[in-house]
Structure formats: C-alpha cells, structure tokens
Design a protein around this ligand. Structure first.
Ligand SMILES: [Zn+2]
Length: 150
C-alpha cells in the first residue's frame, strides 16, 4: 500500500502539544503503528467520531493527523461539499497549523499535499463536478510519482 515518505522524528513534546491543542472536542484519536507501517493515511469515522491516524512520529504523521482534524474543524461532517474542496480545505488546515506551530514542512511533504488535492480534483472532474479554482491551483503544482511503495 502506498504511503508518504519518512522524515526525521519530531520532538515528542511538540507532537503532544499540537495533538492536545488541535484535536477536535468530542472525537477520539486512535494512533496505530500498523497504520504507520502499512499505509500511513488517516481515516475519519464520523459515526463513531474516531480519527484513525498513524503513530505520530514524524511530520508526515502529524500532517495526516492535522488533515483529519481539518475535516472535522472545517465542518465536513455537517455540510456536503465536493470531495476535492474538502480535501483542499483539510490540506490547507494541516499545512497552516504546521507553519503556525513552527514545524518545518519539507518540500516533499508539500508535494504530497498537492498530490492529495490533485487526486481528488481528478475524481471530481470525472463526475462533472465544477472544480474550485483554489483547489485547482494547488493541485496544478503537484507531481505524479512521489509515493514510496512498501
Ligand atoms: Zn481527507
């Protein structure tokens, strides 16, 4: 299964601090070493109000957590929006938090972010859903082959 790149481990205190301040109230976050080793992506279960994320070690894991938090904080489980718009909003949330908290975002991580939005844009294009220009602009600078396969 595809996952993003590995980056150096972050200071655990920094990770814990960001986790504590950005986790959505009323939601449970389940970290998983298995998810980190075999996939890396996060999932938000709105029925159970659980965010499933990789074990939080590096900036890629933190980015995954903040992306899922972004879906909750931007109200994506309360109103219906096109998939690509939700992915773009979740990505902007995640990157802005990382930047606001002074966490270095490697160029490759930014490329990952663009690719996530690009994939979502392409799916919505196939469904004839009008594409938000901001999401399109972010996606247009993406690349195709960055995923490292395990
Ligand atoms: Zn998402």
């Amino acid at each position: 299964m595809a996952r993003g790149p590995d980056f150096p481990a972050l200071n655990p205190e920094l990770v814990a601090d960001i986790y504590r301040r950005y986790r959505p109230r009323g939601w449970t976050i389940r970290q998983s070493k298995y998810r980190r080793d075999h996939g890396g992506n996060g999932v938000a279960d709105s029925g159970l109000r659980v965010l499933r994320v990789p074990l939080l070690i590096d900036v890629n894991d933190l980015h995954t957590l903040l992306h899922e938090c972004g879906h909750v904080h931007r109200g994506h489980f309360l109103v219906n929006k096109p998939h690509h718009l939700e992915e773009h909003e979740a990505e902007m949330y995640a990157l802005h938090v990382l930047w606001a908290e002074g966490v270095e975002t490697p160029h490759l991580l930014v490329r990952v972010s663009r690719q996530i939005v690009k994939d979502a844009v392409e799916k919505d294009v196939l469904k004839d859903i009008p594409i938000d220009w901001r999401a399109q602009a972010w996606a247009d600078k993406g690349i195709v082959a960055f995923w490292r396969h395990k």
